[in-house]
Each structure stands twice: as structure tokens, then as C-alpha cells.
Design a protein around this ligand. Structure first.
Ligand code: HMG
Ligand code: MG
Length: 302
């Protein structure tokens, strides 16, 4: 049964980050054939955008050191986009060699996280990204931008909105087609989400990427939709986190998001039963239950 609320989009694009944000934070190294099956199951459940992996330094994120092998194995389906994270030109070379057509760069809104996650200063990160974006665009790639720590940072406290807007606008001005606002440590609340989106003034260029550390991700997402955003990042099963920000826990679970969106009569193109079957399968391999409330409520009832 659906009950609509005024002022929401008819359709939402769910940008699935489980294979990248989810698996980058697992202690165990997941075999590459399991990753390939995970991505394929997500496509089968109706996902049209699946962030598959990262071409970052393999010593920084050993969990995704098999990026080349994964992309070689992956049967890329027509109509499905498989973006990858790329921090620098070395990462871009690696992605181009595998025929990648879409990348995402990831900036920090704060000085401390730029140092911890990218080994760069706040200003220095742009010098790293600029040639990546220029070359990617020359090669016909689509480039997404992320900005992390948009509400707060574990070392610096609350992040001023104008600081986030300054970093984010620089990524859009470089040529990113979309900017994803990352609440890396999940400290945001709905009014803050709305204020940030309004401060950018272009919700059609924005996506939201909320981690659920404080249980606010779904409420913040609803506030973002009401402010005009229609692209939402989520991870099947609610896995995820950043190895360089300890207080980062799982992403908004795709299943929790889809339950809310379908209840609101918003189209996603996703099959909730198939998503739940996939995250239950993955939880079995990871050795722990999914934190998603919707998965807990519905697993085994399909
Ligand atoms: P660095 O140590 O400063 O690298 O790391 P460098 O430029 O000095 O290069 C040192 C050596 O590494 C060189 O080799 C490079 O070739 C090699 P040498 O010449 O000495 O033999 N190298 C590479 N090798 C393979 N692939 C590469 C690469 N780059 C350099 N791409 C760097 C700088 C950016 C590479 C490093 O800090 C890094 O990889 N960081 C990534 C950290 C990360 O992946 N974090 C998680 C993703 S972000 C996130 O989760 C947040 C998000 O979800 C949004 C949110 O939640 O807010 C997106
Ligand atoms: Mg993240």
C-alpha cells in the first residue's frame, strides 16, 4: 500500500555502493569471485548504477586490491553503469586500461580527513584531482565528485556549511556531473541536511551519501528528497564505512531506503525480495547478520 507525501520526486535513482564502500571496510578479504557474484546479483535486482570497486593504492585499501581482476571477470550488462573510485592519475591509468567509462573522485571537506584519507592538504587534494578530471573528460568518461565529512569530522567537530559548499563547488566547476554529499561518520540530522542542500542551491546536481552511525540516515534522506534531491547512495545489507575514519559505520541500507521509497509510491526499479536475498547471502559469507531493519524483518519470509 502506498501513501504519497507532497513535494517528493516520482522516481529516485539508487546509487549502490555496497561492493565499494561496503567491502572496503571488511576485515576479511573477500574472494574476487564472490565480489563478482555480488555485483551481478545487484544488477539482477534491478540496480542501474553499481559502484564496483576502487583504483586507490592497494596498500591503503588492501580489500579492493583486486580491482583489475574484478573488472576483468565482471560481465558488464548493457544499461548498467559500473563507476569506480579514482583518486589520482595512477588510478585513472589503471581504470582506463580496464575500459571503465565512469569514475568518482573523492574530496574531503576538512583538513584532517584530507590528510588521513588522501595524504594531501585540503588545498593539495585539488591539485591531485584536477588532471584526473581533465583527462577523464578528454577520454569521454563521466566523473562524479564526492565530498566527505559534510556535517562533522571526528577530529575537527562540526563542519561549517560554507566550507562544504566551497569544496563541493570546486568539484562541480572542475566538470563533475554530480556531487555526492558524504556524511562519512553519520552525525547529520534532517534540518542540517536541508540547510546544506539549500546552501548549494542546485539539488538536481546533488546526491546524498549518508552513513547510519547514529540511525539518522533515512530521516536525513527524506529531508534531502524534500529539498529536491533524487539520487541516493545506499549499500545492500547496510555494510560500509571508511577505513580512515574509525567512527564511520555502515551506509544507509538499500533495503531500508527501498522500503520507504516504495511505501511513498516512488519508483526505483528495484526488486526488494532480490535485494534481501542478496544481503542474506552476503551476511552468511561475512559471518554476521545485516544491520538493516528491513532485512531483519523480512529475511526468510520471501
Ligand atoms: P600517497 O602515498 O600520497 O601516493 O597516497 P603517492 O602519490 O605519493 O604515490 C606513492 C606510490 O604509490 C607511487 O609508487 C605511486 O605509483 C603509487 P612508487 O612510484 O613509489 O613506486 N600509487 C598508486 N598505485 C596504485 N594505484 C594508485 C596509486 N596512487 C599512487 N591509485 C593516495 C595517495 C591518494 C594514492 C592514497 O592516499 C590512497 O589510495 N587513498 C585512498 C583511501 C581510500 O580509498 N579511502 C576510502 C574511500 S573514501 C570513502 O570511503 C568516503 C566516501 O564513501 C564518501 C563518504 O562516506 O563520505 C567516498
Ligand atoms: Mg562512504
Amino acid at each position: 500500500m502506498t501513501h504519497r507525501l507532497d513535494g517528493l520526486p516520482e522516481r529516485v535513482t539508487v546509487y549502490e555502493v555496497g561492493p565499494r564502500d561496503g567491502l572496503q571496510n571488511e576485515k576479511a578479504i573477500i574472494p574476487v569471485e564472490v565480489k563478482a557474484e555480488f555485483v551481478d546479483r545487484l544488477a539482477d535486482a534491478g540496480h542501474q548504477v553499481i559502484e564496483a570497486t576502487s583504483f586507490v593504492h592497494p596498500k591503503w585499501v588492501p580489500q579492493l586490491a583486486d580491482a583489475e581482476e574484478l573488472l576483468t571477470r565482471l560481465e558488464r550488462r548493457p544499461g548498467v553503469r559500473y563507476p569506480v573510485l579514482v583518486p589520482n592519475e595512477r588510478g585513472l591509468d589503471r581504470a582506463l586500461a580496464l575500459g571503465v567509462t565512469e569514475i568518482a573522485i573523492f574530496a574531503s571537506a576538512t583538513e584532517t580527513f584530507a590528510a588521513k584519507n588522501l595524504n594531501r592538504s585540503l588545498e593539495g587534494q585539488f591539485a591531485m584531482f584536477e588532471p584526473v578530471v581533465a583527462r577523464a573528460l578528454d577520454n569521454g568518461l563521466k566523473v562524479r565528485g564526492y565530498v566527505s565529512m559534510v556535517f562533522g569530522d571526528p577530529w575537527e567537530g562540526p563542519t561549517p556549511i560554507d566550507q562544504v559548499v566551497t569544496v563541493g563547488r570546486r568539484l562541480l566547476d572542475m566538470g563533475c556531473y554530480e556531487l555526492s554529499l558524504g556524511d562519512t561518520i553519520g552525525v547529520g540530522t534532517p534540518g542540517h541536511a536541508r540547510a546544506l542542500i539549500e546552501a548549494f542551491g542546485a539539488p538536481d546536481r546533488l546526491a546524498v551519501h549518508f552513513h547510519d552511525t547514529y540511525g539518522q540516515a533515512l530521516a536525513n534522506t527524506l529531508a534531502a528528497l524534500q529539498a529536491g534531491v533524487s539520487v541516493v547512495d545506499a549499500s545492500t545489507g547496510g555494510i560500509g564505512g571508511c577505513p580512515y575514519a574509525e567512527s564511520a559505520t555502515g551506509n544507509l541500507a538499500t533495503e531500508d531506503l527501498v522500503w520507504m521509497l516504495h511505501g511513498l509510491g516512488i519508483e526505483t526499479g528495484l526488486d526488494l525480495d532480490k535485494l534481501i536475498a542478496t544481503s542474506t547471502w552476503l551476511a552468511g559469507l561475512l559471518g554476521r547478520p545485516s544491520p538493516s531493519r528491513v532485512v531483519q524483518a523480512l529475511a526468510g519470509k520471501g
